[in-house]
Ligand binder design. Structure first.
Ligand code: ZN
Length: 123
């Protein structure tokens, strides 16, 4: 009985070490602190901003909303700067998409048009 127990324990240890070696080859295992990771990302962004002042940091979409529907000039976050898709003719904006994104918070909104201005004045 003792021999069977020793043999099964030995086989178990061999199989376990075999699977652990395969697991270790396939996956990287470690302990990561999320705060440290976010800190490192923020430090990297700060470093990039120092090197190139024109760099626009990625928008944090945590507070973004979908405000599309009513044309607006100002985002609820207070920003008046929007990201838009436009086309140019003779050095001026000739066409633009109505979907726009706030530069500061990433909220979607509807771009105002001259027709909206006429409708607003009639009301
Ligand atoms: Zn905004």
């Amino acid at each position: 009985m003792k021999i069977a127990l020793i043999i099964s324990a030995t086989i178990s240890v061999i199989l376990l070490s075999f699977f652990l070696r395969i697991f270790a080859k396939r996956f990287k295992v470690g302990i990561y602190y999320i705060d440290k990771y976010e800190e490192a990302v923020q430090d990297a962004i700060t470093e990039i901003e120092k090197k190139d002042p024109r760099y626009i940091p990625p928008v944090d979409y945590d507070k973004a909303m979908d405000l599309r529907g009513t044309p607006t000039h100002v985002c609820p976050c207070g920003s008046q700067v929007w990201l838009l898709k436009v086309s140019f003719v003779d050095y001026e904006i000739s066409n633009y998409f109505l979907d726009m994104e706030c530069l500061m918070c990433g909220s979607f909104a509807t771009a105002p048009t001259p027709i909206d201005k006429a409708n607003h004045e009639e009301i």
